[in-house]
Write a protein that binds this ligand. Structure first.
Ligand code: 5RP
Length: 261
C-alpha cells in the first residue's frame, strides 16, 4: 500500500489496538437538524477528546469545527436525497476529491444502497470515487446504507459489505446483526458498525462489544452517543469496550459512574 494511504489508514484504525472509535456526526446531510446535533460544533467539542476519528460533512467541518483539532477526519462525500424522498439514499458524489484534500481528510465516506432500484447509480458513483481517491492515497469508507424496507440480516449485509469491498472500499461501515461473523468473515476489508437508532445505553454497549467479538475493528457511532442522556459518559464507555476490552457490564458500570461525575 502506498505510504500516504497506509498512514491515513493508521490514523483511522489505531495501530496500538487495531481498533477505532469513529464518531459519526454526518446525519444532517439527509436528516437536517437531528436531535443532539442541533448545534454540531458544541456537541462535537465535548466528545472529540474521546474519538479516534470524526465523520462530518464538509459544511459542518468548515463552519462548526475548530481547524486546530488533530483528530483525523473521514468526510461524508455522498448525498442527494433527504428523509422526505421516497428514494431515500439515492446518493451520488457531493464533494470533489480536491475539496476533500483541501480539508486535509484521512478518508472519505460514501453510501451504497444495494437492493434498491438505484443501486447501480450508487455503485457507479462509488467506483468513480474510488478511482479519484486512490490517485491520492485516500481510503474510502463505504457505508452499506439500509433504506426503508431493506433487511438488516447477515444475508443482506454480507452481500452489501462484500460488494462494497469488491468495488474498492478500504473500510466497510455496516449494521450489526445476528450471525455478524458471516458478514465479517466474507468481507476482505476491516468492518466498523453503525450504531443505528438510539437504544438504551446497555444495549448499545452490548452491540458494540458483540460486534468486536465477531471481528469488527470498531464502531462508527452517532445517535447512540450524541443522543445518550450523557453523551460524554457514553463515548467514554464505548471507548472502554473498543480500546480496553471492557465487557458490556463493565462498560455500563463505567457509564453510570461517569454520569455521576
Ligand atoms: C447514514 C449514516 C449516518 O449518517 C450515520 O453515520 C449513522 O450513524 P448512527 O447510525 O450510529 O447514528 O451512515 O447511512
Amino acid at each position: 500500500m502506498d505510504w500516504g494511504k497506509s498512514n491515513r489508514m493508521n490514523r483511522i484504525i489505531r495501530p496500538k489496538t487495531g481498533r477505532t472509535l469513529m464518531l459519526a456526526v454526518d446525519h444532517g446531510y439527509f436528516l437536517g437538524p437531528t436531535t443532539g446535533l442541533e448545534k454540531p460544533g458544541e456537541m462535537v467539542k465535548q466528545l472529540l477528546p474521546y474519538a479516534d476519528c470524526l465523520m462530518p460533512t464538509r459544511g459542518v467541518l468548515r463552519n462548526c469545527i475548530d481547524s486546530k483539532i488533530d483528530t483525523p477526519i473521514v468526510l461524508r462525500v455522498s448525498g442527494g436525497t433527504s428523509i422526505l424522498n421516497k428514494n431515500l439514499l439515492h446518493e451520488g458524489i457531493t464533494v470533489s476529491i480536491e475539496d476533500a484534500i483541501r480539508l486535509n481528510v484521512a478518508g472519505v465516506a460514501f453510501s451504497i444502497t444495494v437492493g434498491t432500484d438505484w443501486e447501480r447509480d450508487t455503485i457507479l458513483g462509488l467506483s468513480q470515487l474510488v478511482d479519484e481517491a486512490e490517485e491520492f492515497g485516500i481510503p474510502v469508507v463505504v457505508v452499506t446504507a439500509v433504506g426503508k424496507g431493506l433487511g438488516k440480516d447477515a444475508r443482506y449485509l454480507s452481500l452489501a459489505s462484500r460488494m462494497a469491498a469488491e468495488h474498492g472500499a478500504s473500510i466497510v461501515k455496516t449494521y450489526f446483526c445476528e450471525n455478524f461473523e458471516k458478514v465479517v468473515d466474507t468481507c476482505p476489508v476491516p468492518i466498523v458498525i453503525a450504531g443505528g437508532k438510539k437504544m438504551p445505553e446497555p444495549d448499545a454497549l452490548k452491540m458494540a462489544y458483540d460486534a468486536l467479538q465477531a471481528g469488527a475493528v470498531g464502531v462508527d457511532m452517532g445517535r447512540n452517543i450524541f443522543q445518550s442522556k450523557d453523551p460524554v459518559a457514553m463515548i467514554q464507555a464505548v471507548r472502554e469496550i473498543i480500546h480496553k476490552d471492557a465487557n458490556p457490564k463493565e462498560a455500563y458500570e463505567f457509564f453510570k459512574q461517569k454520569c455521576k461525575e
